[in-house]
Design a protein around this ligand. Structure first.
Ligand code: AMP
Ligand code: MG
Length: 346
């Protein structure tokens, strides 16, 4: 026992005398908020930073839950929805920040992303897992009530017309990923991976050996497999796909990504969309939006919006793979998929 203690002390003394500022060992922890499991792996950083980060991130994630959760009864989003048709709800600066970024993406995507799809999401039972297929008349009425342009922001107050409710589920993981990564970088973490709900990943720095992270892209037809690998360095990646949440009724599959025009699951011919961008919020919001748009419209959107600084990988329901040209050198097919054809979008 005493011998082991001596070794530890000696090792500590050696590290101190060498001015060692690196953690050799990784630290892993999980946080849970907004129905999402956040897995954090810290690989390297300034001394002390690795230990401090867990408490900081844990506090930040609970405060995001209090602001953004659509089910948490005291949350800003819950209060905004409860006040629909009345004088509006005063909310935190953080909520205004996420809401403004989300509304900007709603507008840029021409409403393919629409944070007011929530009543339709509820009608399909995706919030309670008590799934049902609404009638065509009900869907028509729900679609008529989806309109992000009806959300009014004025100072710290958000006002919704009666019948309209918001949900930031399509962008919250990205917002959280950006926040946590920025905090980690600012506090001296040089190498980390943040995995939010298995669909949004943020890479802080590179691997401790300086090489880029290699992140698998899920095969929507066989979600236990990765069909491709994308290399990331200080960059995020987000995937939206029908396979992530769905139910089956009378032989038909209904998934959780809805087309705001019909209030029904978006059938654009795509099975998944992966977006790569320095901004996790862009990855999260655009992967949902491009899934709704489909391949052709999604590719045109990519060409028309270089300012959004993103690349994308599309997989169709037939299993065809398309990727944008900017992923050159960062995208490769995974083992078992190397015979698949990949069409490059220019
Ligand atoms: P994601 O997993 O990021 O693709 O977001 C999908 C979630 O956002 C769903 O579970 C719904 O809660 C919500 N949602 C579904 N369709 C849309 C849409 N077209 N725009 C915005 N949010 C949506
Ligand atoms: Mg999303």
């Amino acid at each position: 026992m005493r011998k082991r203690l001596l070794c530890v002390l000696l090792a500590a003394a050696l590290a101190a005398s060498a001015g060692c500022s690196r953690y050799a060992a990784a630290k892993e922890f999980s946080l849970f908020a907004m129905d999402t499991l956040v897995d954090v792996t810290l690989y390297a950083g300034e001394r002390g930073a690795v230990d401090r980060e867990q408490a900081i991130m844990s506090g930040a994630v609970s405060s995001m839950e209090k602001a953004l959760s659509v089910t948490h009864e005291d949350s800003d989003v819950f209060r905004i929805n409860r006040e629909a048709g009345r004088s509006g709800a005063a909310v935190s600066g953080e909520t205004i920040e996420v809401l403004s970024s989300a509304l900007e993406l709603c507008e840029l995507t021409g409403g393919a992303l629409d944070i007011t799809a929530y009543p339709a999401v509820k009608a399909w039972g995706f919030t309670t897992e008590e799934h049902r297929v609404p009638s065509p008349a009900e869907l028509e009425a729900l679609a008529a009530q989806i309109d992000y342009a009806a959300v009014e922001l004025e100072g710290d107050t958000v006002t919704l017309p009666a019948g309209i409710e918001i949900d930031l589920g399509a962008v919250a993981k990205g917002y959280a990923g950006d926040w946590l990564a920025r905090d980690a970088r600012g506090n001296g973490i040089t190498s980390a991976l943040l995995n939010l709900g298995q669909s949004t990943i943020v890479a802080v720095g590179s691997k401790p050996d300086g090489s880029p992270w290699r992140i698998g892209v899920v095969d929507p037809a066989r979600p236990e497999n990765y069909f491709a690998v994308v290399e990331l360095e200080d960059c995020a990646m987000g995937t939206s796909g029908g396979y992530q949440r769905y139910f089956e009724q009378d032989g038909e599959i209904y998934w959780h990504i809805l087309d705001p025009d019909t209030a029904a699951p978006a059938r654009s011919g795509l099975a998944s969309v992966t977006v790569v961008s320095p901004s996790a919020l862009t990855c999260d919001g655009l992967s949902t939006a491009l899934f709704v748009m489909g391949l052709e419209e999604g590719a045109a959107f990519w060409r028309d919006h270089p300012e959004l600084d993103f690349e994308a990988v599309f997989v169709t329901e037939e299993g065809e793979i398309f990727r944008t040209a900017g992923l050159e050198g960062r995208f490769s097919l995974a083992e078992g998929y190397t015979d698949r054809e990949v069409t490059v979008l220019e």
